[in-house]
Design a protein around this ligand. Structure first.
Ligand code: MGP
Length: 216
């Protein structure tokens, strides 16, 4: 009996090995066709400035995605921001949030704004926007990623803009953490500051600038 035990064990080990091998094959098999899920579903919007229409009527939903693969399929299918006509925007927002100040999830919020000079369209616009998209879909802001609503790129002759929109300008910790991480991810030098403005201030501004609630 005592001699049978190791044999039984080695048999059962063998069987476990076989199972593990089969399971591994199964995992490798599944890996190759299951898409990699994102934490959130995202909507990509496009804005084209048709002056005969209202601002809201110029806004169009392009598509939604919730996997890494579908993100790249969409990204590779559409024009780079630098190829868009002036006056156009892309917006990427969490599913269910419309890319406008009025949305319930935006109306108490604000944005970290990156203003680009004219030379930066050529060198920075597309890589900054892609990095912004990756920050969003990759939930780069740790515990504060829930405060992120979306991001917008405005293509404008006077200078392009990119912004990350957050839910509540009173959430100081979330806003400043998001700003610090975002600035670092874009590789903006420490001696250059970026500002955060509330949508309420932006929507009611009278001059060309809106006062910053925070800077990093
Ligand atoms: P814009 O497109 O964000 O910036 O806002 P742009 O074109 O650089 O203009 P500037 O004013 O920042 O120099 C342009 C205009 O679009 C605003 O003045 C609003 O009339 C309208 N608009 C922009 N946004 C983001 C909204 C919004 O969320 N809701 C509504 N109702 N109008 C908006």
């Amino acid at each position: 009996m005592a001699t049978e035990e190791p044999e039984m064990n080695s048999n059962s080990c063998k069987r476990e090995e076989d199972n593990a091998e089969e399971n591994n094959q199964e995992i490798v098999g599944l890996e190759s066709y299951i898409k990699h899920p994102l934490q959130n579903r995202w909507s990509l919007w496009f804005f084209k400035n048709d002056k005969t229409k209202t601002w809201q009527a110029n806004l169009r939903l392009i598509s939604k995605f919730d996997t890494v693969e579908d993100f790249w399929a969409l990204y590779n299918h559409i024009q780079l921001s630098s190829n868009l006509m002036s006056g156009c925007d892309y917006s990427l927002f969490k599913d269910g949030i419309e890319p406008m100040w009025e949305d319930e999830r935006n109306k108490r919020g604000g944005r970290w704004l990156i203003t680009l000079n004219k030379h930066q369209r050529r060198y920075d616009l597309d890589r900054f926007w892609l990095e912004t998209l990756l920050c969003l879909i990759g939930e780069a802001f740790d515990d504060h990623s829930d405060d992120v609503c979306g991001a917008v790129v405005n293509v404008r002759t006077k200078g392009d803009k990119i912004a990350v929109w957050t839910a509540d300008y009173e959430n100081r910790d979330a806003v400043t953490h998001i700003g610090r991480v975002y600035k670092e991810r874009l590789g903006i030098p420490v001696n250059m500051t970026i500002g955060y403005q509330s949508h309420a201030d932006t929507a009611t501004k009278s001059g060309s600038t809106t006062k910053n609630k925070f800077v990093v």
